[in-house]
Design a protein around this ligand. Structure first.
Ligand SMILES: Cc1cc2nc3c(=O)[nH]c(=O)nc-3n(C[C@H](O)[C@H](O)[C@H](O)COP(=O)(O)O)c2cc1C
Length: 236
């Protein structure tokens, strides 16, 4: 699959999972066939760059390319700096997290909370894309912030206009957290509206489900989280 300027050997991507997709896990997934595995999210707070956890997360020694590093935050200038910082340390793709419902992340208006503020989304995406002109930037988000506000199509359009090279959509809203089943109609709708690659995510637990979701949504690829960890039921 053509993805953000790279040719991946297939269209199966391992989802970013904090506390799970560390370097050994990503290496294992790539060895076992994943086309790409995204890093755990890295904070955009430069005050934490020196912390052991953040330094460990920025180490990509021996990693199979392409190396995709996810950054999280809500301040355009800090996100731009984080993108530059990680690109200088080996990130070949910068992925922006607008999909995480975790309180720790959303309380500071990052992760999926950002979807409520579309002008801020545009400012963050534009700041990050222009900060790393030689590094493709991708975006991960949800279908919306609640079921009455499924603004994924608008976010996808903003992403495309801002120079984002590919998007991954988790088929739940922020309010849904991990409850209920992921839905794929919104992902199919987004796919019909944008030209950049769309990756479908959420509840892909078997090869048959992967094929079904690809056929149903027309998505270019699928992103697998909990099932890659062997615990598709966790949080449900
Ligand atoms: C333990 C755990 C940690 C996660 N951490 C992140 C993260 O750092 N960034 C992110 O964008 N999504 C994160 N997610 C969400 C996943 O990337 C994915 O969107 C979600 O689990 C749905 O996919 P699945 O049904 O295949 O698990 C996390 C999920 C889990 C279970």
């Amino acid at each position: 699959m053509q993805f953000a300027g790279f040719t991946l050997r297939n269209n199966l991507i391992v989802a970013p999972m904090a506390g799970v997709t560390d370097r050994p896990f990503r290496q294992l997934c790539k060895k076992m066939g994943a086309g790409l595995a995204v890093s755990e999210m890295v904070t955009s707070n430069s005050l934490l760059y020196g912390s052991e956890k953040t330094q460990r997360r920025a180490n990509h020694e021996g990693e199979v390319e392409p190396i995709s590093v996810q950054i999280a935050g809500a301040d355009p200038a800090m996100m731009a700096e984080a993108a530059r910082h990680n690109a200088e340390r080996g990130a070949q793709i910068i992925d922006i997290n607008m999909g995480c419902p975790a309180k720790k992340v959303c309380n500071v208006m990052a992760g999926s909370a950002l979807m409520q503020d579309e002008p801020l989304v545009a400012r963050i995406l534009e700041a990050v894309v222009s900060a790393v002109p030689d590094t493709p930037v991708t975006l991960k988000f949800r279908t919306g912030w609640n079921r009455a506000n499924k603004n994924a199509p608008t976010i996808a359009r903003i992403a495309e206009e801002s120079g984002i090279r590919a998007i991954a959509i988790h088929g739940r809203t922020r309010a849904d957290q991990y409850m209920g089943d992921a839905e794929y109609d919104t992902i199919a709708h987004v796919k019909s509206r944008v030209k950049i690659p769309v990756i479908a995510n959420g509840d892909i637990t078997t090869p048959q489900k992967a094929k079904h979701v690809l056929d149903y949504t027309g998505a270019d690829g699928v992103m697998i989280g909990r099932a890659a960890q062997g615990r598709p039921w966790i949080f449900r």
